[in-house]
Design a protein around this ligand. Structure first.
Ligand SMILES: [Zn+2]
Length: 269
């Protein structure tokens, strides 16, 4: 809790302790950005809780097709060990047997699917990914989709718009306000939609408060989740940036925890 609000980090990356440092270094290198933490679960819980975070949506995309099973088992073990963690699994659209991977993900009771087109090297709207989207759509589980990249257009908002048209029931959280570094494009291309949500992660440090407020009013505060993109940013500073937006009490409550809880509950209805 902070300032009287229950708070969920809707976008946290975790890795098994043994590889956490290396994995985090890889992300730091990919984005040419320094990382605040190392990607270990215990470290996330310690720093997050100290800053006021009550709940964590943890995920980790598989960068190669062979990692899917072990990553999903690891993520499920985090959710099992820590009641304050909800875990999304991962899939890779080019894996040999995406159907078996998805069955495993479901049997582990993971609550959604994290995809990262730029790390995983596929354009969001690649027809080879369609069978995967088909399966996810019929399950009702949401996708947490990384959005936006400076070097490639694999995760460009226009590609997501295409998939939203092709899969009318697919539920998607478009990370980083719909397009990291492509906030203007995301604002122009992505329209509020009952199955589409957005998270604030890795956006607050880059945009002035008035730009953030514009994005929130375009997408609807009721469709946005607070996310920190652990291990990228300092929990305390991200919360300071969020509260500096001076949103209304109900908007704070909704974005900091209630919107995500309602969205995840819908997966079961
Ligand atoms: Zn992410």
């Amino acid at each position: 809790m902070k300032n009287g609000y229950r708070i969920t980090d809707a976008h946290a990356h975790v890795f098994p302790d043994k590889i956490a440092e290396k994995a985090t270094e890889g992300i730091s290198h990919f984005y040419d950005l320094p990382m605040q933490y190392h990607g270990r679960v215990a470290e996330m819980l310690e720093n997050g809780t100290a800053a006021g975070i009550d709940h964590f949506l943890v995920c980790s995309p598989a960068t190669t097709v062979t990692q899917v099973h072990s990553i999903n088992s690891f993520l499920a073990s985090c959710a099992a060990a820590y009641p304050m963690c909800t875990a999304f699994g991962t899939l890779h659209p080019y894996a040999e047997n995406v159907e078996a991977d998805f069955q495993q993900l479901r049997s582990l009771q993971l609550r959604g699917v994290k995809l990262h087109p730029d790390f995983q090297n596929f354009p969001i709207d690649d027809p080879r990914a369609y069978p995967m989207y088909e399966m996810i759509q019929s399950s009702g589980l949401p996708i947490l989709m990384h959005m936006g990249d400076a070097k490639s257009d694999f995760s460009h908002p226009y590609r997501l718009a295409m998939i939203l048209r092709q899969f009318p029931k697919l539920r998607i959280i478009a990370a980083h306000f719909g397009g990291w570094g492509q906030w203007k494009e995301a604002n122009a291309i992505l329209q509020p939609d009952e199955r589409l949500r957005f998270d604030t992660s890795s956006s607050l440090p880059f945009l002035p408060p008035e730009e953030i407020r514009k994005l929130l009013s375009h997408f609807g505060a009721e469709n946005c989740f607070f996310g920190v993109d652990y291990p990228m940013w300092d929990y305390r500073k991200e919360l300071e940036r969020f509260f500096a937006l001076e949103l209304s009490d109900s908007e704070n409550r909704a974005i900091l925890s209630e919107n995500l809880e309602a969205f995840l509950d819908e997966s079961y209805s």
